[in-house]
Design a protein around this ligand. Sequence first.
Ligand code: NAD
Ligand code: UDP
Length: 319
Amino acid sequence: MKKTLITGAAGFLGSHLCDRFLAEGHYVIGMDNLITGDLKNIEHLFGHKNFEFAHHDVTKFVHVPGSLDYILHFASPASPIDYLKIPIQTLKVGALGTHNLLGLAKDKGARFMIASTSEIYGDPLVHPQTEEYYGNVNTIGPRGVYDEAKRFQESITMAYHTFHGLDTRIVRIFNTYGPRMRLNDGRVIPAFMGQALRGEDLTVFGDGSQTRSFCFVDDEIEGIYRLLMSDYNLPMNIGNPHEITIKDFAEEIIKLTGTDQKIIYKPLPKDDPMQRQPDITKAREILGWEPKVGREEGMRKTFEFFKTLTKEELERTEH
Ligand code: NAD
Ligand code: UDP
């Protein structure tokens, strides 16, 4: 039986990865310090004979007894409001955390994957973004703590691959959404859905002409799984190329939720990227992967999830 360590297991993507690897027959160790995650996301796995949870901060030395076949390092604050609130921890989990886990992978002879991001392209001057684009990042801007941690993470991972021959994978994840997103994580989909459910107007930042391309979580997990199982060592974009402006997206959500809220405009946060769309030619050609779930279906499933939250949970949101 393959043994797999997943960091960030109590988070949005980490918890879906735990489900997937258990379904594939792996023994899964989920590791998390719960700084932005929630045990609720994995409570259905407690009692599963092939799952164990380790409450640990990966910026501290990571010890796992026995063998390990795969390590997926997904621990990191991922939402702008999170990494603005905890900038040092964000830098540390990308830098020190990655170094610790690379050391562990080397020790165990495990295949190692990092969750990189479209943010390494910054506010991109090339559109859509191919893996060859070097990016346009403000190192000292508010998003720099996340972007540079992720860029360092890619560099150190490549260095372990080159100098130690470690078997590594780098997935550049573009905006992903779906059940188990945290309602108050500040990202646009939970923000708009929470506002719709509370009967508040939807807050579009700037004039809403900035674009994003949203990938449903099941598609993202499939792409990540295929990349891990492939023999491709260079960075690969995994995301949905269907791009939409944030204003049009707010209108879609108003239609989907059947509410009659208005759109109100708030200032655009500093360094908010103006456009983002993955070029997924490599994923199509090398993995035979492309997203299958359209935005309408994915958003409907996500809305169903948010509707299950209690009134108290909805009101606890400070957005
Ligand atoms: P999330 O905040 O839901 O999950 C991250 C998890 O990491 C949380 O459970 C948190 O408690 C844990 N964590 C943070 N620091 C830790 C530490 N020092 N030690 C142990 N655990 C720690 O975020 P997510 O959306 O699931 O993102 C997961 C990964 O994917 C992140 O690395 C993120 O950068 C990357 N990513 C996500 C997206 C997206 O759209 N969701 C896009 C690009 C990249
Ligand atoms: N956004 C918005 N209203 C909100 C939250 C976000 O208009 O209440 C915008 C934000 O400025 C950005 C886009 O939605 O242009 C996506 O933001 P998110 O935080 O989800 O992700 P990221 O900027 O990291 O892609």
